[in-house]
Design a protein around this ligand. Structure first.
Ligand code: IMO
Ligand code: MG
Length: 425
């Protein structure tokens, strides 16, 4: 099974990093394909706790090559920080020369654009990710590989910075960025990063040709996808499976499978519709118990019950062949657990996920309840250790979403993982 994708199936923060770290033991390459340091992935293993934003979650395994694909937008300051903190060498990390750079003016614009949106703000992470993708599409972006050609960059940069400063000052009334400072930064980035910059599509292809496992690491989630998510409350890339091919430069025939990572409940950070949101004490209880605060921005995550309508939609647009359920242990000790099995919109029941955010905002969830369980599922690693109540909940999720549960996470540590069916077989 050479290529296997692990994709966020909800609104991000599903626990992808933990799962990737677990799976990377048996992989030669771990590759990110979309997003930037808007991601926040927590990896906990015997070596410690790692909070990662840009580098893939396979970095704790000495044998693994970690790849940042062309579809990712790269803030070199964040990359240098993560390389330094984790002592990464070019033998273990490669960055695509085709990936686009997040420049200082993208971060400035992210903040100014959000301010201007006022009440309609998206609640972005403020990391410049959206504006960097805008420049990629409008063909004003700067690619990582251009750092290696300072003369060419010196010719392009003044025009781009002049244009950005017009937008910053004349449209938003902000302070202009300084061309010389930016040019100096690009020189620093070039000298410190050059050894990491490579045509990573070759690296991925070589591993696949040798029949080595390549794990494709999702960031964000399907419901934040620019095309398939709750537009306009989305991120500016394609976290769904299609993004893996464009974002890494590989073909679909390499694929052995695609798994969706789902929390046993739902969370969302930032604005946008969230039909199963739990307001009040119950939501607060889950947030406090599970530490549901953003790794990137520290914001309190909104909490909701498992949304089966959204989950089925996510499974369909990604072609998931299995579910990875995380945070099951957070639900230990509840009397009753709800699962949304349909919506009622303007009095009409439906199991279809609406196309627009305004309609989704009017969706009233129709719930089914399962009895909770009092036994702890924390740290269990074998299917026979699952108590009947938790088993009934997992069975219900399978029934609602229509695909099998293959892996269950029963705690944040790498070892707190229960494999029902091996993903990489
Ligand atoms: P991981 O990889 C959760 C959300 C932001 C905001 C919207 C747009 O940890 O699952 P952006 O900065 O991308 O322009 O913000 O997307 N968002 C995430 N939410 N997890 C993430 O990543 C996210 N990355 C972006 O909160 O609502
Ligand atoms: Mg996260």
């Amino acid at each position: 099974m050479p290529a296997y994708a692990v994709i966020g199936a909800q609104w991000g923060d599903e626990g992808k990093g933990k799962i990737i770290d677990f799976l990377a033991e048996n992989a030669a390459v771990i590759a990110r394909y979309s997003g930037g340091n808007n991601a926040g992935h927590t990896v906990i293993n015997d070596a410690g706790t790692f909070k990662l934003h840009l580098v893939p979650s396979g970095i704790c395994w000495p044998h693994a090559m970690n790849v940042i694909g062309n579809g990712v937008v790269v803030d070199p300051e964040v990359l240098l920080k993560e390389i330094g903190e984790n002592d990464l060498a070019p033998e273990r990390l490669a960055v695509s020369d085709r990936a686009h750079l997040i420049m200082p003016y993208h971060i400035v614009l992210d903040e100014l654009e959000e301010k201007r949106r006022g009440n309609a703000a998206i609640g972005t992470t403020g990391r410049g990710v959206g504006p960097a993708y805008v420049d990629k599409v409008s063909r004003q972006g700067i690619r990582v590989g251009e750092l290696l050609d300072p003369e060419d960059l010196a010719m392009r940069l003044p025009e781009i910075v002049a244009f950005k400063n017009e937008v910053i000052t004349k449209i938003y009334g902000g302070d202009p960025v300084d061309l010389d400072e930016i040019f100096a930064l690009t020189n620093k980035w070039a000298s410190k990063l050059s050894a990491f910059i490579r045509p990573v599509e070759n690296l991925v292809a070589d591993a696949l040709n040798k029949d080595e496992n390549v794990i494709i690491e999702g960031a964000q989630g399907a419901l934040l996808d620019l095309d398939h998510g709750t537009y306009p409350y989305v991120t500016s890339s394609n976290p769904t499976v299609g993004g893996t091919l464009t974002g890494l430069g590989m073909g679909p025939s390499s694929y052995g499978g695609v798994a969706g990572v789902f929390k046993a409940y739902c969370t969302r950070v930032g604005s946008g519709p969230f039909p199963t949101e739990i307001h009040g004490d119950q939501g607060d209880r889950i947030r406090e118990m599970a530490g549901e605060f953003g790794v990137t921005t520290g914001r309190a995550r909104r909490i909701g019950w498992f949304d089966g309508v959204a989950a089925k939609y996510s499974a369909r647009v990604n072609g998931f062949d299995g579910m990875i359920i995380t945070r099951l242990d957070t639900l230990d000790g509840w009397d009753e657990i709800k699962i949304c099995v349909a919506y009622e919109i303007d009095g009409v029941p439906t199991d279809q996920f609406p196309v627009d955010a305004v309609t989704l905002d009017r969706a009233e969830p129709i719930y089914e309840s399962v009895a909770g369980w009092s036994e702890s599922t924390r740290a269990i690693t074998k299917p026979e250790q699952i108590n009947p109540g938790a088993k009934a909940y997992l069975d219900k999720l399978e029934e609602v979403v229509g695909i099998p549960v293959k892996v269950v996470s029963t705690g944040p540590h790498r070892n707190e993982t229960l494999v029902i069916q091996d993903l990489l077989d």
